[in-house]
Design a protein. Structure first.
Length: 204
């Protein structure tokens, strides 16, 4: 089994406050991305925090066992009911405050499946350089983009049998478009990577 799970779930009911002091010293400020000397209209790969590959990827069953062992006991039905009621009341208070400051603002629509798909879709597009201002070289987080696309794939797999025909069509369309964009982008990056710079003429 892996010594370190993917993430740690903290049981907030026990109100434990454990601070990791060494985490601040282990992360240094990232250097600003520097443009290469040669001019190129191609994408510039950048390494984001989410783009750092894991040291070793354990098998799926082992990773799931590790995750289950790191999680606290599930909340009781009473705890879930009390928390849901408190959450809805708190969210309503926030909405009332916002509406008091902006009377023209209507009620916020409920979050639905399409909002989750749209959020992952936009994240993947931005990671593939879609939000780059005109005239600037695109900065591409290709590993982060793949993770966002794969998350949509996980969502598609885990939601089978629970989606409406419209939701299935939307998810299929979004995945197809993102994967096609990813293929075109990786092909462009590969071609750019094998091109050698022009030879320098030595004139004495």
């Amino acid at each position: 089994m892996s010594d370190t799970p993917k993430f740690e779930v903290i049981d907030r009911r026990k109100m434990k406050k454990e601070e990791e002091q060494d985490s601040a010293s282990s992360h240094s400020a990232p250097e600003p991305a520097r443009e290469p000397e040669q001019k190129s209209a191609g994408p510039q790969l950048v390494e984001m925090e989410s783009a750092r590959p894991p040291e070793a990827e354990p098998p799926a069953d082992v990773a799931e066992d590790d995750l289950a062992g790191a999680m606290p006991p599930p909340p009781t039905a009473e705890e879930k009911s009390e928390q849901a009621t408190a959450y809805e009341a708190s969210a309503q208070r926030v909405e009332d405050l916002l509406r008091a400051q902006n009377p023209t603002m209507g009620a916020q629509p409920p979050i639905r499946f399409e909002h989750l798909v749209q959020q992952l879709y936009l994240s993947a597009l931005m990671q593939m350089g879609a939000a780059t201002p005109e005239g600037q070289r695109p900065r591409v987080d290709i590993i982060g983009a793949r993770q966002s696309i794969d998350l949509l794939g996980v969502l598609e797999e885990k939601s089978k049998g629970n989606l409406t025909p419209t939701e299935i069509r939307m998810l299929d369309t979004v995945l197809f478009e993102l994967r096609m964009t990813f293929l075109e982008l990786t092909k462009m990056i590969s071609l750019q990577g094998v091109q050698a710079p022009p030879p320098k003429s030595d004139k004495h």
